[in-house]
Design a protein. Structure first.
Lengths: 296, 238
């Protein structure tokens, strides 16, 4: 194993400069990329290599470092200019010459850790764990295996076609999760949460100001918790579901397309049983309506 | 700042470094403003946690074990009576494998939960039920909201507010390094959560025996803490 430090200097010879490099990797490795401003786009191929193509990279130093099983790529300003970077950050958006777009092509098995500030992130076709975080930017992860963890402060996050555990959140945006098999945790503050075709035994979806929608099978040993403070909660579940359903509401209505007998009306909560009551479904809205619908 | 020094700040504050190591770190602190700021934040959290521990030692120790589990930190082996593990040991052992950002967040969570956590709310509800049991029902029913407001309830809420204020103050120091638009969005979302907290508090005062309202209020408070921690992590990463 060897440690290689490569610095790729992007010249200022032309208004727009591209850079293209390929780095050999192997299974068990992890890629860690930080891009303060611009885009990070990841697609896959069958080679044991990571191809990095940069664009809009005028005036920015790019560092690639391999240390053990981790491949680190940075677009940040050289560490020697970090104070200046923080000072410039104070004045608002990044300058044009600080914006870099990364287009990566990677093997499907490479675990990814992608971070940015004013950065949109998209990852398509992976069969590994993906972590993606940004402040001002949206995130799309389509495909993944293992742990997929995404967070954006200001915009929406979208996770699709994952087999594994999903933790998706946004502060000021919506959370969309679809075609997932595995445990799901979704959170937002000012945004809606929509979980479609989610096949899971453990679902937690929670927002403060927004709606929560769940559409998926209910496993007999499953636990499903959907809640919001100011919004509606809608659960689409199959006919024949076996579940104890607990509904909590302070100022809103409850509607269901199932025939139920309400029990335990106490302290703003009540419950009823579907089938043998084995699964547990909790539907809560402080100031909105709760709907339990039969899945189409 | 390198991870090596970040992970040693706690040892530095506890006086568990050799003179040579201290000299190296102090030289580094003189040149790295980020590291110096992290040290100062950690020093404030330590002081705050120590004061809470003095006032509510048993409470704080129990809370700390729960927090340590939630953030994935590895508590030291409890060689002695488990009752004396917890906050005090956190600050005195080098075997505690937790990063400084986690430490700061844990300290803040400790402040939050020791002051306004679920145990206190449940205690308040139990006290309300107990009061209803003695004396005239109408009188005691009227008194319950007062108890919650003037007794456990207001103390818990006050301590939560104080803990959040402490965290916000730390974040204020980092504010200037965030994009103003991001700051505005974070503040808007904090306001959303605050409105939800206030509505939940009012609802709980109307219906103090509601488990749902109590749980909902607690959960909303936790969401505020989560947001503040996340913002702190962002600012630290810049």
């Amino acid at each position: 194993m060897f440690h290689t430090l490569m610095a790729l200097w992007v010249t200022i010879a032309a208004p727009v400069q591209t850079s293209d490099t390929t780095i050999r990797v192997e299974e068990g490795m992890r890629l860690n990329l930080r891009n303060e401003a611009g885009e990070i786009r990841v697609t896959t191929w069958e080679r044991h290599e990571v191809r990095v193509v940069l664009s809009r990279a005028r005036g920015v130093r790019i560092d690639v470092e391999r240390s053990g099983s981790v491949l680190r790529i940075r677009s940040a300003l050289d560490l020697g200019f970090r104070d200046e970077f923080r000072t410039r950050g104070r004045r608002g958006r990044f300058d044009d010459d600080e914006v870099v777009d990364f287009a990566l092509t990677v093997p499907v098995y490479l675990d990814l850790e992608l971070y940015g500030v004013e950065t949109d992130i998209s990852v398509v076709g992976m069969n590994a764990s993906v972590t993606a975080e940004t402040v001002e930017g949206s995130i799309l992860v389509r495909g993944g295996n293992g742990l997929v963890m995404v967070h954006s402060v200001e915009e929406e996050v979208r996770v699709e076609r994952v087999r594994g555990r999903v933790r998706a959140s946004s502060t000021d945006g919506d959370v969309w999760i679809s075609d997932v098999v595995g445990e799901v945790t979704a959170e937002s503050v000012d945004g809606n949460i929509e979980l479609n075709d989610v096949d899971s035994r453990q679902v937690t979806a929670r927002t403060v100001d927004g709606d929560v929608v769940f559409d998926g099978p209910i496993h007999d040993d499953g636990r499903y918790h959907l809640s919001t403070h100011d919004g509606d909660v809608t659960a689409w579940i199959p006919a024949g579901t076996n579940a104890t359903v607990m509904v909590a509401n302070f100022d809103g209505d409850f509607e269901t397309s199932f025939s139920v007998m309400l029990r335990g009306l106490r302290g703003r909560r009540f419950h009823f049983t579907l089938g043998d009551g084995s699964a547990r479904i909790e539907l809560e809205s402080f100031a909105g309506d709760v709907y339990l619908r039969r899945r189409r | 700042m390198s991870d090596e020094w970040m992970d040693r700040l706690s040892d530095y504050l506890d006086g568990e470094m050799s003179p040579a190591e201290r000299a190296l770190l102090e030289g580094h602190l003189a040149e790295d403003a980020e590291c110096a700021a992290a040290l100062e934040s950690l020093r404030r959290v330590k002081m705050r946690a120590a004061s809470l521990d003095d006032k509510h030692p048993a409470h704080a120790r129990q809370m700390w074990r729960g927090i340590a589990q939630r953030i994935g930190a590895t508590p030291p082996q409890e060689e002695r009576d488990p009752a004396v593990a917890g906050v005090i040991r956190l600050w005195r052992t080098r075997r505690f494998s937790v990063s400084v950002p986690q430490l700061v967040a844990a300290g803040i969570a400790l402040m939050l939960l020791s002051g306004g956590g679920s145990l206190v709310f449940r205690g308040a509800a139990e006290r309300g039920v107990a009061l209803r049991g003695g004396g005239g029902i109408a009188d005691q029913a009227a008194a319950v909201p007062e108890v919650m407001q003037a007794g456990f309830g207001s103390v818990a809420i006050t301590r939560f507010d104080e803990a959040v204020a402490d965290l916000v103050q730390v974040l204020e120091e980092e504010r200037e390094f965030l994009n103003p638009r991001t700051v505005r969005i974070v503040e808007e979302n904090l306001a959303i959560i605050d409105r939800a907290i206030e509505r939940s508090r009012q609802a709980l005062m109307q219906d103090p025996e509601s488990d749902y309202l109590r749980d909902h209020l607690e959960q909303t408070m936790r969401q505020k803490l989560t947001l503040l921690r996340r913002v702190m992590a962002i600012s630290r990463a810049l």
